[in-house]
Design a protein around this ligand. Structure first.
Ligand SMILES: NC(=O)c1ccc[n+]([C@@H]2O[C@H](COP(=O)([O-])OP(=O)(O)OC[C@H]3O[C@@H](n4cnc5c(N)ncnc54)[C@H](OP(=O)(O)O)[C@@H]3O)[C@@H](O)[C@H]2O)c1
Length: 327
C-alpha cells in the first residue's frame, strides 16, 4: 500500500507519499481501508521529531480515519463488526495511509447524517473533548466552560458539545472572524486573546465568579491566568503545551478555591482505556451528532498525497475546524 512517510524530522516537505508494506490485522484488530483521515497538531509535532509514536503504534502519522473494514483479525467476533462495515476510528497512528490496522474497541459507526469522508474529522476531537471536559472535568448542564483556541479542530467540537449539553461557553481565539464562527457554533462569549486579557474578561463575564471548567491547549504560559479564571471547585484540563511545559503554580490559590488541574494525552493511553472512551463517545456524543446538534467542522479537504500542504495550512493557523485528507 501507499502511506505518508516521514523521511526525516523536519518541515512539511519531509512528508512523502511512498510504497510501504501492507499492515496486518492482529488479534483484536480490524483492517480498515482508509477513505479519509484528518490532520491533528500532534501530527505536526511527530513530523518535527518531538512526538514519536508510542511503542507498537504504526510509524506513519494519522490519529483518526474513516473507511471500510476489509478484514477482521482473530478474537474480534464479540465486537459485532463485519467485513464491509463503514466505520470511523481513533488511531494511535497510521491514518495517513491506504490501510490501517486498528483495535476493534477503537471503531465507531458512522453517525447517520454524516458522510463517510467528513466522519474522519470526528474521532480524535470527540474522544479528546469527551474524556477531558466531561469524564475528567465533570462539566454539567448549567455550568460554564472556557475553551482556549475555539477555532481549532478541538475547539470547534468542544464549543458545540458543551453548548448541546447545556453549558455556557466562553472561548478565546486569535481573530474576529474565528470568534464569529465560534459564536455560530454555540459560544456565548468570544475573547480575542491578541486584544484582551482573557482572565479579566472571564471575571467580567461571570460576575467575578470564574468558570467551572477550562479546556486548555497552551499549558505553561496560561497556567496562572487559567487558575485565576476558575470558580470555586473549578477544574482545569490541559491537553496541549503550545505555550510551554513549565510554569510556577500558586498552590495557595488552589487550596482556597479547591481547584484541580488535570493533564492528559489520549494517544499513549492503554487500548482498554481508549475503548472505554470510545464506548462512552458512542453512547453520549453520537446521538447528539445524529440529532444534528453537533456536526463535523471541515475547513477543507485535500488528497492525502498533499499532506505536506495540509501541514503548512495547519501551521499557519488559517483554518477553522479540521483539515481532512482523502484517498
Ligand atoms: N492531549 C490530547 O490528548 C490531545 C488530543 C488532541 C489535541 N490536543 C491538543 O489540542 C490542541 C489543538 O489541536 P488541534 O489539532 O485542534 O489543532 P489546531 O486545529 O491546529 O488548533 C490550534 C489552535 O490554537 C490556536 N492558538 C494559538 N495560540 C493561541 C493562544 N494563545 N490562545 C488561544 N488559541 C491559540 C490557533 O488559532 P488562533 O491563534 O488563530 O486562534 C489554532 O486554532 C493542540 O495543542 C493539540 O496538541 C491534545
Amino acid at each position: 500500500m501507499r502511506a505518508i512517510v516521514i523521511s526525516e524530522p523536519g518541515g512539511p516537505d519531509v512528508l512523502t507519499w511512498s510504497e510501504v508494506p501492507d499492515p496486518v490485522a492482529g488479534p483484536g484488530e480490524a483492517l480498515v481501508e482508509v477513505t479519509a483521515t484528518a490532520v491533528n497538531r500532534a501530527d505536526v509535532s511527530q513530523r518535527q521529531g518531538s512526538y514519536p509514536p508510542p511503542p507498537g503504534a504504526p510509524e506513519y502519522p494519522g490519529l483518526e480515519c474513516s473507511g471500510r473494514i476489509v478484514e477482521l483479525g482473530p478474537q474480534t467476533e464479540e465486537a459485532g463488526w463485519k467485513v464491509g462495515d463503514e466505520v470511523c476510528a481513533l488511531l494511535s497512528g497510521g491514518g495517513y495511509a491506504e490501510q490501517v490496522a486498528v483495535p476493534v474497541g477503537q471503531l465507531l459507526p458512522i453517525p447517520s447524517g454524516v458522510g463517510l469522508v467528513e466522519a474522519a474529522a470526528l474521532p480524535e476531537v470527540a474522544c479528546t473533548v469527551w474524556s477531558n471536559v466531561f469524564m475528567r472535568g465533570g462539566l454539567r448542564s448549567g455550568e460554564s466552560l472556557l475553551v482556549h483556541g475555539g477555532g481549532s479542530g478541538i475547539g470547534t467540537f468542544a464549543i458545540q458539545l458543551a453548548h448541546a449539553r447545556g453549558a455556557r461557553v466562553l472561548t478565546t481565539a486569535g481573530s474576529r472572524e474565528k470568534l464569529d464562527r465560534c459564536r455560530e457554533l454555540g459560544a456565548d462569549v468570544g475573547i480575542d486573546y491578541h486584544r484582551e486579557d482573557f482572565a479579566s474578561r472571564v471575571r467580567e463575564e461571570t460576575g467575578g465568579a470564574g468558570v467551572d471548567v477550562i479546556l486548555d491547549i497552551m499549558g505553561g504560559s496560561y497556567l496562572d491566568a487559567n487558575l485565576r479564571s476558575l470558580a470555586v471547585g473549578g477544574r482545569l484540563t490541559i491537553i496541549g503545551l503550545m505555550g510551554g511545559r513549565k510554569a510556577e503554580i500558586d498552590l495557595g490559590r488552589m487550596l482556597v478555591k479547591r481547584l484541580s488541574v488535570h493533564a492528559t494525552t489520549l494517544r499513549s493511553r492503554p487500548t482498554a482505556e481508549k475503548a472505554e472512551i470510545v464506548a462512552q463517545v458512542a453512547e453520549h456524543v453520537w446521538p447528539l451528532v445524529e440529532a444534528g446538534s453537533l456536526r463535523p467542522i471541515v475547513d477543507r479537504e485535500l488528497p492525502l498525497s498533499q499532506a505536506a500542504e495540509a501541514h503548512r495550512i495547519m501551521e499557519s493557523s488559517a483554518h477553522v475546524g479540521k483539515i481532512v485528507l482523502t484517498n
